[in-house]
Design a protein around this ligand. Structure first.
Ligand code: RNT
Ligand code: ZN
Length: 417
């Protein structure tokens, strides 16, 4: 009862600055977040080929209890999803297919290898998103895939990406919810290249081959993900920001903005309104870089608030697909999902509660009022609204979810070796 009381009191404060709480919560409930499956097993996948994680991706920590099988991963996701308010999605990587103990190479994957994921998603009312896995594989070991000098290696990865789109379309069809299939490749160089042109020309050619076949945008949307630097690609990344921005605009693809892929003071929030001038839709990989593209768990910091604000205040919920991308093995992995996703939802809530008076002030040229209201907004009672929203969605408000994760750790995760 005290939660409701606090909510009603908060409502009075928000009403005074022109905010309709009920409407905000209704909108919030319609915004799905795509949880990244790879937080649950340290970007391991289920191919059992022994291929170690590489290609610029690094997970640190060895917290006990990581998922070893698809069933364990789904159980862990069920737990996390039961602690996150709202209806969401799952973002799968190709190497999380279920291959029945057989060796199925990346250029041979089919929708049937994802049948269990699809029926699990259907049962839970979730949408699915997809990614070709162009790393942790012998044919990516030298750091090049779609831009490789070897035509056969390019062909292998092109085939993998073509099949990935088809799997995405099969997911979209089975679930009646459009799948976003995102292409990210590690290609780049540790040291100064002599030729920056040829690899980029090869990448553009490979991408065109991948996207040649028309697939209905009702079933699958294609996205491409740039980055500026990585471990082992400090001096040159083939798929840079300008490369993919140009590609996305000219080929009508979604651009993926990953919060960890830019220079440390360069946020992605400001890019949203820029690229949406030219692209109908984009995908976000919400992450947290600490000094580098370190993929830390998403916390409620200024960067996250700014990203959420650009989406919610401008009504871009339908044009911006929100996905998460981080991997932390130093803490309980189910908690890592829960903390990061709750923060993403919480940031959207804060954005939806922004007073319209701030914009009015700006439009009137009254920047004093704008700054004053922006600052006062920071201590409005959002916590009361958040707790109420969680309870109304049937999940614990406050930190009560942690007790449940600890219990799950004790009875399930700690039994895994
Ligand atoms: C890597 C990209 C990419 C991956 C995932 C696993 O820098 O961010 O999105 O993190 O596909
Ligand atoms: Zn990413």
């Amino acid at each position: 009862m005290s939660i409701e009381k606090a909510y009603l009191l908060a409502g009075e404060r928000y009403a005074a600055v022109g905010v309709d709480l009920e409407r905000a919560l209704k909108t919030l409930a319609t915004i799905p977040i795509s949880l990244h499956c790879w937080q649950g097993d340290d970007v391991g996948g289920f191919e059992n080929t022994g291929g170690a994680l590489g290609n610029g991706l690094a997970v640190t920590g060895n917290y006990p209890g990581k998922a070893r099988t698809p069933d364990e991963l789904r159980a862990d996701l069920d737990k996390a999803l039961s602690l996150i308010p709202g209806k969401h999605r799952l973002n799968l990587h190709a190497f999380y297919g279920e291959f029945g103990g057989k060796k199925v190479d990346r250029d041979a994957i089919e929708p049937k290898h994802f049948a269990n994921w699809i029926s699990w998603a259907k049962k839970n009312g979730l949408g699915l998103d997809f990614n070709p896995t162009c790393f942790s594989h012998p044919k990516a070991a030298d750091g090049f895939t779609l831009s490789h000098t070897d035509k056969n290696i390019r062909k292998f990865w092109i085939e993998h990406c073509i099949r990935s789109r088809e799997i995405g379309a099969a997911m979209g069809k089975a679930l009646g919810k459009t799948c976003v299939t995102n292409v990210w490749i590690p290609d780049g160089m540790k040291d100064t290249p002599a030729d920056r042109v040829a690899p980029r020309a090869r990448l553009a050619e490979s991408l065109d081959a991948i996207f040649k076949k028309h697939i209905s945008s009702k079933l699958n949307l294609d996205a491409v993900e740039p980055k500026l630097f990585g471990i082992g690609s400090e001096s040159f990344v083939v798929g840079s920001h300008e490369f993919y921005l140009g590609y996305a605009v000219s080929r009508k693809k979604l651009l993926t903005l990953d919060a960890g892929h830019y220079h440390p003071t360069e946020g992605i929030a400001d890019k949203v309104s820029s690229v949406l001038q030219y692209l109908p839709e984009i995908l976000l990989h919400v992450s947290r870089g600490v000094r580098w593209d370190s993929d830390h768990v998403v916390v409620l910091n200024d960067d996250l608030l700014a990203i959420a604000r650009e989406i919610a205040v401008n009504g871009f919920e339908k044009r911006v697909h929100i996905g998460l991308d981080y991997f932390d093995a130093s803490i309980n992995r189910v908690a890592a999902w829960t903390i990061g996703t709750r923060n993403m939802v919480r940031a959207l809530l804060i954005a939806l509660l922004e007073s319209p008076l701030i914009r009015t002030a700006e439009a009137a040229g009254d920047f004093t009022t704008r700054l004053a209201l922006q600052e006062e907004a920071k201590t409005l009672p959002v916590g009361a609204v958040w707790d109420y929203y969680c309870e109304s969605q049937g999940v614990p408000g406050g930190d009560a979810w942690l007790t449940e994760v600890k219990r799950y750790e004790k009875i399930v995760l700690s039994k895994r070796n």
